[in-house]
Every structure is written in C-alpha cells, then in structure tokens.
Design a protein around this ligand. Structure first.
Ligand code: TRP
Ligand code: ZN
Length: 878
C-alpha cells in the first residue's frame, strides 16, 4: 500500500521522458508466493534529453533481484533501488538494454492491482499505475513499446496462458511445466499490459472483419460457467459489427480474448486483445441475471471493445487526459446501446444516471473538471465526471456540429492520431478543422467544474404572435474555482402547440438558433420567435442536449401538458419527473400540505400506464417517482432523509390507491407466458410489470401478490423484483422471511446472485437496516476481500439506503467508517471509492452533518493512511 505523502501532480508540469522504450520483453515464471519476472527493456535516449540524464524508473513495493545493462550486472553502487524507484545515474550510450529481475507474491496481493490471484487464477490489472507493481518501468501512458511476453507455469494448475496480442509459440517444459509466448505488434503503454494464467473454461467463436480478416474470439470463465458467457459473446460480435458500420473501425489482431474474474476493483479493463472483466459483467442467463444485468453486460462488453480504438490505438498523453478515452468511449457505448435498444429509453436512463451520480459529485467537495489539472491519486479520478459528463461533452460536440461533421471529425481524429498518446486539445482541434468553427469557449466544458445553471423566462405577445425567451446562465463555484467563465451551451428547445405538435416560428437570431438548438454563449441572451399562431408550451433541453440544471417559470398546466404531449420523449419524461420531484420536495418539508397535486399526478401516471402508444419500458420509467436520493439532491441543503421518505411513501400510496384496479389488471395482462428473451422489448414489459407490482402491493397493503410473483417467477428479473418489494415494503412479514430464506438456499453457491440478496437487505429502509447489514457481514458468502461483496452489502447500504445510512443517531456513519478503515488495509482503491458516499455530508441537516463530519475526521486521523483514502477524505472535509 502506498502511504500518502501529500504529493500533488499538476498538468502544467508535463514533460516527455528523457528515454523511450522501444521493446518490452517479459518472462513470467508463475508461483503464488515467488513469481519471477524478468523484464528486458530496450531503451533509447530521446534527442532533446541531456547526455547525462539519469534513468528513473517507477516501482511500487517491488523486490529487486538483479539489474544488468547490456548484459553486464550492475555493481551495487551503479544504481539506487528502493521498492518504489530504480535510479541509474549513468548510462553507457544512447541505446542500451536493461534486464531487471523482480520477485512477486501474487497470493499476497489483496489490493488487486498488478499481478494477483483471483480464485486460483493469475491475472493482472495495470491501469492506471499497476504495472510498476510488476517491474520497474517508465509507467506512464506516453511511453509506448512493443511487447513480447513469455509465460511459464505448471500445466496442471494453469493450462491456459494468455497475454496481449497474438499467440506465437507454446510448448512443454520439464517437471510438468509449460510455456506460451505472446507478441503484440501494436505499440502500447504499460497500463494496457495483461496476463492471465489458470484453469479456465472457455467458449469460442470467430468474426470476419469487413476487410476479410478472421478473428478468433474467446471468452474465458470459471469452469462450469461457460454457458453463462454466450450473451457476452453475442454482445461482442454485435459491438464489432457496430463499430465497423457506425465509425468505420475494424479490429486489428488475430485473436480477441475476454477473461472473467471474480475479484476485480472496477467493471472491466480494455487491455489490448485481452480484456479482463469483473465476472458480474460477463456471466448471465435468465435464471441468474436480471434484465438490467443483461443491459450492463452488453454496454460494458461494447465499452471495452470500443477502447481498442479510443484508448488503445489512440491513447492518453498523461492521466489528466483520462476523459479523452473514457468520455469518448462512454459516448460510443451509449450510442451502441441506443441502437441496440430504444433510443429514448436509453437516453432517459443516461440522464437519470448522470443526475444521480455526476450531479452530486459536481455539486459537492469532490467536484473537478472533466479534464482535471491536479491530482494526488489518479485512481480517484475514474469518476462520473470524467466518464459520464465526459460523454455528455462529446455528445454536445455532435449536437453543435451535426452528425455528419462530427463523423468527419472522428475520421480525422483516427487518421491524424493513430498511434499517438494524445490530448484533449488534439481532440478538439480535429473538430475545429473539419467544421471551421472556434471551439475555444466550448472547451470550458473540459476545464471548468460545476453544473451550469440555466434559467429561462418567457413573455408571449398574443397580438403579435411573438415569444421572447430571456435566458441566463451561471456556473456555481466549486473547490479551487470560485470565478467561472461563460459557457457555450447547446440548448435544444421546442415550441409545443395545443395539439402536441411543434409550432413553426421564425427566430430573431438565425446565427444562434438552428435545428431547434439555441447556442448559448453569453451570460444573458434573449431570443425572439415570431409568426406564432398560438401561445406555445416551452419544451426545454430536449434530448437533454446539455448537462445543466434548469429553471423556468412554467405553469403547472403547461408542465402537465408537456408530460403527456411533448413529441420529445426525453423532455416529456423530464417534465413529468420535474413535477413529481417538486411535489416531493414540498411535501417532504410540509407533510400536512393540502393540495390536489398528488391527485393530478396520480391521474397522469394512471393514463401513462395504460397508454399503448408508449413503449412499456418508457412507461416503467415514467411511473417510477424520483428516488429518495434524487429528492435529497434537488433539495440540496438541510436535508432530512426521514421527511423525504415519508413524502415519497405518501405519494406512492396515493398513486397506487387512485389506480388500484387498472394497475392490477395491467399487471396481470403483462404476465409473460412466452419463453425468456433478453431483448429490450421483453425487458420493457417486465420492467413495467415490476413497477406495477410495487404499486399494487402498496394498494393492497399485504405481501400476497409479491410472494406469488416470487414463487412463480421463471426468471431472475421477476424473482429479484418480487424479493425487493417484499423486503422493502413488508420487511417483517412471514412471506418475506421465507422468500429471503428460499433465495439464500437456491443461490447459496452463486456469489453473483447472492449479491442481489445482500443488496436487497441493505436497502430495507429505516433503523433496522444497520443491524441486518452487520449480521450479514458474518454470512459465510460474505468476504471483506471481494469488491463485489463489499459493494453489494456495504456500498449499497451507504449509497442507496437514505434512511438506513443516515440514521439520526449516526450509527450508520460510524459503522460505515469502520468498514472503510477495515477495507483500506487490504484494498485502498475500493475503500476510497466507498468513502465517496460521504461526499454530500454538508447538505444534511445540522445534527447529521456533525455526526458525519466526526466520522470523516476519525478516518482522516488513522495513521499511515493510503494516498487513495486520504485524498478522498481530505477533499471531502475541505
Ligand atoms: N479503463 C477501465 C474502463 O473504463 C477502467 C478500469 C478498470 C480501471 N480497472 C481499473 C481504472 C482499475 C482504474 C483502476 O474501461
Ligand atoms: Zn473505459
């Protein structure tokens, strides 16, 4: 574990290395406690480097056995080695090769960075700075070399030996060992290196690229789980076709392998030709995975595959540029999923994710620009801002330039930068070059943190048929940035007439309004529409064209009208969601508030539920009121989680009671007698049915319906949803106790499925959750060393159980802080990620605020804290 030193890395300090590495030859002799790594690195001093420049290589906790330069063993006074650095002050000539021997203990690697063992399988994770835990290296993305890797291992325990690139040779050795050699012809940075060795099952397939090359595809999983990898394989082939069709990008090696491992810090990793996945994002069948799991697998398989071009062929100059590959690749996987599924539904799901994960980040102490300028620990910048807001920024470029020009820009990007370690400036430049536009103001989206706020007021002149919009923008201050500059915001709008159709109008400023998009570039901007035949309802930020918060003076009637009739489904959903949210905010503060709003909302939702013109998946989204966390975020300060929960429960009860009969009828109609299909349409019907189950159960006030669905479920989507309704609505009921016991019995040997069981219990509302979570950490299937278990039980409790985590007595915070401290000892990266659940502590009411602060201070005071956790806790308290 790297203990915090307080060192800060700054973007402006970037300079290239003095030495380049042309070839990296690695030999691994694998052993759980004594793996021997021999790295032969061919160096060349760069032209502009000083002749006497020392060579300084990165390490992290390394045990060095020997170093030679051009075949000669270095005497101990010719270099300086610590676990974290190897310095050679004098080098013989311009080109030289270094052979470094290190010894590793993968079995003792609980941080899951570098080489480690997961269920007896050797695997690696090198992004961002894990390669330095394997050998001394210039471990940064702008040092790119050609890798040849030889793996040696006992044939019995590790029949499968994989690395990047193409297989070149394999064979037997003495004493039951064997070896394999892999060669990757493409230049790559060290963070894309990967190795896997173990006794794995596999499924294979092949893919013929558009230009006729045949690619062998393999997905490796734990033996016995092969059948559960077929959906991932299907998603992979669809991703390969899609990237050829939509971006003209083909795969570039003879093989493409994916390995699923059960201990993994994040979702998946795009290592060249050898993606390594958290098994949760590979394994699925109807019996064990929900529709949401299938959708995630499809998206993440695509995401990692798409990195082959956006990330691998064109990589990042330094880690400040992380969004260059991540934001762009998320944009690409979003577009892929939109094409595979329903575009509108996918977009609404993206907006919900952005608001629930990125907005709180942008509005709290951990706010940072999409391209940060400083960091202490890069692992802490794999954030919703870099990924999700980074994707929104790419989407806005397309909105501003139009799809066709955007595609020409992407083509130029691949043509100009293939093989480069590039920057955000390089990326923006291609779009300026193809469009002739100046994107310098737009670039603020990369440089300036905070969610811009846009307020719109309108006046309508009946006699003239003129509508004037007064639009004002501002960006709230964020840590280290108190003054903000004016942004370029593409705001898509529509003027909706009484029949629901968009009205035709001429606009005063053609330069700033075209294709329904207003280009906001000033702090205040007025825009006039003329030639209107009636007063329109204003549809704002259509398609969520910009990741902003929005305020507009609109009547309840207009908003209700838009929530039924806006031709843009995303804006329609936003109108409805805004009404639900505003109502929940009001009633959470004044529970006794008398208004007929709840009744009107119940009526609208009742109409949407049975509107056959709408896809079931859309109806399911519309019928789901904002979560307690959503409402808390919208309130923003002095938050009382109990009041929010009461308001939400009351609203759900009102909607349920008002529509009791029709919801029950529809629930029964939606019963699926066909065999299971994981496609979007079938998933949408199941989603709607599951929302209705919750309402119907609320109306009935008894667990019978949910218990019945649980018993008769023929797939995990139905079963898990029924279990959730039982546990959250009727936690003490006999039916719930027996369903939980049944689930545990059924899936006791399937940890990924048991994670759902942990999750559902972690979200039982109220004070009782904590003791349940505590007890479950002693369950035989729980393991504090496995990130999926930790996130399912402890992470879910903190991030998704508002009333449980934010217990008024602070016991939730205390327990959670203890677990963070416990996890940190093994895995600082996972601990730091957990700790971000405290990020909105200043928005709580004063007494909870103080209780949360005390726990953060307690964590910060633990001696010898890792850089990962210290960085998060310090920034959260700052
Ligand atoms: N590059 C990976 C992705 O987004 C993210 C990732 C996987 C990662 N494992 C990691 C980042 C470990 C940091 C550390 O596809
Ligand atoms: Zn990624």
């Amino acid at each position: 574990m790297t203990i915090d030193t307080g060192k800060v890395y700054r973007l402006e300090d970037y300079r290239p290395t003095d030495y380049a590495i042309h070839a990296t030859n690695l030999v691994f002799r694998l052993d759980p406690a004594h793996t021997r790594v021999t790295a032969k690195l061919d160096f060349e001093r760069r032209e502009d480097a000083a002749l006497d420049a020392p060579l300084v290589l990165d390490g992290d906790g390394l045990k060095l056995l020997s170093v030679t330069v051009d075949g000669a063993q270095l005497s101990p006074d010719a270099f300086e080695a610590t676990p974290d650095r190897l310095t050679i002050p004098r080098l013989p000539r311009e080109r030289f090769s270094l052979v470094i021997e290190t010894e590793l203990a993968p079995e003792a690697n609980s941080a899951l960075m570098g080489l480690y063992l997961s269920n007896g399988v050797y695997c690696t994770q090198c992004e961002a700075e894990g390669f330095r835990r394997i050998t001394y290296f210039l471990d940064r993305p702008d040092v790119m070399s050609v890798y040849t890797v030889r793996i040696e291992a006992p044939k019995a325990s590790a029949p499968i030996l994989l690395s990047n690139g193409n297989p070149v040779e394999s064979g037997d050795m003495a004493d039951g060992w064997h070896y394999a050699v892999w060669h990757d012809p493409h230049l790559k940075p060290s963070y894309l290196f990967a190795l896997v060795a173990g006794d794995l099952g596999r499924i294979t397939d092949s893919f013929t690229t558009r230009s006729g090359s045949i690619v062998q595809l393999g997905i490796y999983v734990e033996k016995g789980k092969e059948a559960r990898a077929t959906y991932a394989m299907d998603a992979l082939k669809r991703s390969m076709v899609w990237d050829e069709e939509v971006f003209g990008l083909e795969y570039d090696l003879d093989v493409f392998n994916i390995v699923a491992v059960s201990d993994f810090n994040m979702g998946a990793m795009e290592n060249k030709g050898l993606n390594i996945f958290n098994d949760k994002y590979v394994l699925a069948d109807e019996e064990s995975a929900t529709d949401a799991d299938f959708a995630n697998i499809e998206a993440i398989i695509a995401h990692e595959y798409f990195h082959n071009w956006t990330g691998n062929r064109i990589t990042c100059r330094d880690w400040f540029q992380l969004c260059l590959k991540e934001g762009l690749t998320v944009f690409r996987d979003h577009e892929f999923s939109a094409d595979m599924r329903s575009r509108a539904v996918k977009r609404i799901a993206e907006v919900r994710t952005l608001k629930s994960l990125q907005f709180p980040e942008d509005q709290g102490p951990l706010a940072h620009p999409v391209r940060p300028r400083r960091y202490r620990e890069i692992n802490n910048f794999y954030t919703a801002t870099v990924y999700e807001k980074g994707s929104e920024v790419v989407r806005m470029i397309r909105t501003i330039l139009g799809a066709e020009t955007f595609r020409r820009g992407m083509d130029l990007y691949f043509e100009r930068h293939d093989g480069d370690a590039a920057t955000i400036e390089d990326f923006l430049k291609v779009f300026e070059d193809v469009s002739g536009r100046d994107l310098s103001q737009f670039a603020l989206w990369y440089h300036q943190a905070g969610t811009p706020h846009v307020s719109v007021s309108s006046t309508y002149d009946e006699a003239r048929g003129e509508l004037t919009l007064d639009i004002e923008q501002s960006v709230p201050p964020t840590p280290l940035e108190s003054r903000k500059r004016v942004m370029h915001i593409p705001l898509a709008i529509g003027l909706v007439g009484k029949d629901g159709r968009d009205l035709e109008a001429a606009s005063s400023e053609t330069s700033s309004f075209a294709d329904g998009v207003i280009q906001l570039k000033k702090r205040r901007q007025a825009i006039r529409f003329t030639g209107l035949s009636e007063r329109p309802a204003l549809s704002l930020n259509r398609g969520f064209s910009a990741p902003i918060t929005l305020a507009s003076e609109q009547t309840i009637d207009d908003r209700l009208f838009l929530s039924r009739h806006d031709s843009d489904l995303v804006a329609r959903w936003q109108a409805l969601n805004g009404l639900l949210s505003d109502h929940l905010i009001e009633t959470s503060k004044a529970p006794a508030l008398q208004s007929n709003m709840a009744g009107r909302l119940a009526e609208v939702l009742g109409a949407i539920a049975v509107d056959d013109a709408l896809e079931p998946a859309y109806r399911a989204l519309a019928l789901t009121p904002p979560s307690e966390a959503d409402v808390a975020r919208e309130i923003g300060s002095n938050i009382d989680p109990d009041g929010i929960r009461a308001a939400r429960d009351t609203l759900v009860d009102t909607i349920a009671a008002a529509n009791r009969e029709s919801f029950e009828v529809l629930y029964r109609e939606l019963e699926d007698s066909d065999s299971f299909l994981p496609d979007a349409a079938s998933a949408g019907r199941r989603a709607l049915r599951n929302v209705l189950l919750d309402y119907a159960s609320a109306a009935q006030g008894v667990p019978g319906l949910a218990a019945g669905q649980y018993r008769n479920a023929t797939n995990m989507t139905e079963r898990a949803a029924a279990l959730a309704v039982l546990a959250r609505r009727f936690p003490m009921a006999e039916e719930t106790v027996s369903a939980l016991a049944d689930f545990e019995r059924r899936y006791g040997d399937n940890p990924l499925v048991l994670d759902k069981w942990f999750q559902v219990q972690a979200t039982i509302p109220g004070d009782a959750a904590l003791s349940r979570v505590e007890a479950l950490t002693r369950h035989r299937a729980f393991s504090i060393g496995n990130p999926n278990r930790v996130r399912s039980l402890i992470g879910t409790f903190a991030s998704s159980n508002q009333t449980g985590f934010h217990r008024a007595d602070g016991a939730g915070y205390r327990y959670f802080a203890d677990r963070i401290i416990e996890v940190e000892k093994r895995n600082p990266q996972v601990a730091a990620r957990l700790a971000t659940a405290f990020r909105s502590w200043r928005s709580l009411e004063p007494s909870r605020q103080e209780l949360a602060r005390k726990e953060l201070v307690r964590i910060a005071a633990v001696p010898g804290l890792s850089t990962d956790l210290k960085d998060i806790v310090d920034r959260t308290l700052a």
